[in-house]
Every structure is written in C-alpha cells, then in structure tokens.
Ligand binder design. Structure first.
Ligand code: SF4
Length: 380
C-alpha cells in the first residue's frame, strides 16, 4: 500500500513506535508490544479484545513532556528521549490510511503534556474529531485523559471514544508523590474518574480504565486492590491495569529493581475476583505485609484456608458458592447448575465432561453426592 502523506509522517511514527509499550489498551497487556512488527509499519500492536486479537494503532501526539514523573522515559529533561510531535491532521490522515488498508482496526492515543494538560487534551480531541467527522471512522478508539483535563473535555472524549484511560499511577496520594511529584491524586486524577462515571450515567457510553505503576515505591497489593475495589464499586471502572515497574535509564529510578511478572499476575487474578466474582477486598488472603502470596493464586490460597476442611457439595451449592471453588468460574458454575437439574453429579469424570478442565485440582474442595472424590496425586 502507498501512503499519500509526506514520508516524514511515517518517519515520525517510526520514532514513536515504542512509545506506548507501557500503556496497555486491551485484555492481555503483556502481549501487546511483542507482535507489532508483523507488517513493517510503525505503531501497530496486536491487541487482545473480547472479539479476538486485532491490530491497533497505538501512538502518542508527542513524546515531549513538561512533567517529571520519576519512572517515565518522556519526563522533562531526560536527554536520551528523542522528542517527536505529530500534528492532529497528519496523525488522523495516517490512521485513516492504516484502517482503510486493514492494517489497523482501532486506535489508542496518548500523549506527553506540552503547554498544559488542557492544550494537550485539545490536540488529542482534535485528532479524533478529524478521524470521526472527516474520515467517518466508526470503529474502536481508546483515548488517554490528561491529568487536569477539563470536565467538557472528558465529556467530549467520552462522546468520541469507546474507552478512556485516566491513570492513577499510584494507589494513594503518598505513593503518587513518590512516583510523580507534579500529579495531584484527588484533584487531577480521581476527580476525572468520578466525572467519567457521572458522564456515563447521563447516557454517554464510553468505558473508563486506569493504570497503576506497580512496585517502584513500596506500594502494597492491599493498597492497590483497595483502591481498585472502590473504583469498580463506586465509579463503574471497567478495568484496572497493573503495570510492573521497569527501570528506564537516565531517570531517577534507573537503579531500582524491576517488578517480577508474577506479582502482576496475582494482582490481575485478585482484581478479577473483585470485579467479576463479587469478592470484597477483605476476603482476599493477604499476608501481614499487605502482599499476596506469589506461589499460589489467590482463589486457591483462600480455598486452602476455608474449603479444605469444609468442602462444598456440588449438588447443593449456590452459584456464588460454586464460584468460590478453584477451577470453577461463572460459566462452569452455570453449566453445573443446569446439569444437576437433569441428573445427579456423582463422579469427577462428569465434571470433566461439563468442561471443567482440571477437576482433579477442584477435588480437594468439593463433595460429590456426599463424598470427597479421590484425589489423584501427580506422578511428577
Ligand atoms: S505526565 Fe505522562 S508523559 Fe509526562 S512524565 Fe508523567 S507519565 Fe511521562
């Protein structure tokens, strides 16, 4: 495919290619940066969505920034960062060509902050106005809301986009101060998440997500999941992203250790228990330090404490009780409820036939027809 824009737009986008590596847009954040070079054009990542993986254009308006977040490669004064700025019309035009060629099936647009948050947010909105109005694109768009953006800008962003990100970065003001000294947790960030909730209640459909930088400044899992629960319950948050800290050279945090990936995984597993399984944060099995166990997933850690001595009778359990059992999620619980109306479930092979992938791992926590199923020990 030939691109009609001046080649310097593609050249600029090439310099922006890795700029959104740490900004997730889809369901499986850790895979987003790895698949992007399938077609040689810059700023394309394969993003996992409920409809499967789609190629998405992920980029920024500018890599210049007047703020100084300690972990960020775009922070003011960092010499190693090449500063690149793309104008709304050239970005919109390139996206239009990408999407008409089938190279991109969605857009994620972020930015560093230049000339204040309001001016920067206007550049993001201008870009998307052109994409929606001039190029008549009606597919998926995910926009970043700048800290301190105005109410009307958040409203317009939510009218234009399918999803907006308002990144809290830290779970409390104290943790945020240690990460990003120029950001105001309540005034600049939490308030925008509350506005997004309010705007959605007025009938605007866009969802809202947030992101935390995990593990750089002593933040605990308890802190991260407590604020996540509040956002799910009180502000209708669609998803919290937990991005393990990675040190960036030539930043104040360059000598800190990276966060181990398993911590991210345990946070996501716990976050889904809060969001999709109706758990409260008090039920999660934290250690005294406020950390989750890394060696076992949180649902199994909870079940080891509460279900091993009091296993759940599969024939009588409620849907909520079934979903407390390791290996049984909402869909499996519904399948079991339906199946047991038709026949007694007395054997573990019946659970396998119902689609429960590893019923032997479920066995320690259940009774089938009053009996604990035999637990097969692994030979290895
Ligand atoms: S405001 Fe955003 S782009 Fe700027 S330094 Fe902070 S995290 Fe980086």
């Amino acid at each position: 495919m030939k691109f009609h824009r001046a080649p310097d737009t593609i050249q600029k986008l090439s310099l922006l290619d890795d700029s959104t590596t740490f900004e997730p847009a889809g369901d499986q954040p850790r895979t987003e940066s790895s698949a992007k070079r399938a077609n040689q054009l810059p700023c394309i990542s394969n993003v996992s969505t409920p409809k499967g993986a789609v190629p998405m254009m992920k980029t920024m308006i500018t890599t210049a920034c007047e703020r100084n977040c300690f972990y960020c490669p775009f922070r003011a004064g960092r010499g190693k960062t090449q500063r690149v700025t793309v104008k709304p019309e050239e970005l919109a035009s390139t996206f239009d060509q990408y999407q008409r060629a089938g190279i991109a099936k969605g857009l994620f647009l972020s930015s560093g902050i230049i000339k204040g948050s309001v001016t920067t947010q206007d550049k993001i909105l201008d870009t998307v106005e052109i994409i929606r109005r001039k190029y008549q694109y009606d597919g998926f768009i995910h926009l970043k809301i700048m800290p301190g953006a105005e109410y009307d800008q958040v409203y317009r962003a939510m009218e234009l986009a399918d999803r907006v990100s308002i990144n809290l970065e830290g779970p409390t003001q104290e943790r945020l101060n240690a990460l990003a000294p120029k950001k105001d947790f309540a005034g600049e960030l939490l308030q925008r998440l509350a506005w997004a909730h309010q705007i959605r209640q007025s009938g605007v459909r866009a969802s809202s997500v947030t992101q935390f930088v995990v593990g750089a400044v002593g933040d605990t899992d308890l802190e991260l999941l407590s604020i996540s629960e509040k956002l799910y319950r009180q502000m209708g948050l669609t998803r919290a992203y937990y991005s393990g800290f990675h040190p960036v050279a030539d930043t104040p945090f360059e000598n800190l250790n990276p966060t181990i990936p398993i911590r991210e995984l345990r946070l996501y597993q716990s976050s889904f228990l809060l969001r999709d399984y109706g758990w409260s944060v008090e039920e999660l099995p934290f250690e005294a330090s406020g950390s989750l166990r890394l060696d076992v997933d949180p649902k199994r850690a909870w079940a080891d404490i509460y279900l091993r001595q009091s296993p759940v009778e599969i024939m009588h359990a409620t849907r909520d009780q079934l979903m407390r059992i390791p290996g049984i999620g909402p869909r499996s619980a519904d399948t079991i409820l339906k199946a047991r109306r038709q026949r007694r479930l007395t054997d573990i092979s019946q659970l396998r036939a119902l689609g429960i992938h590893a019923p032997e791992q479920t066995a320690p926590y259940i009774l089938l027809n009053g009996h604990q199923p035999p637990i097969q020990l692994s030979l290895f």
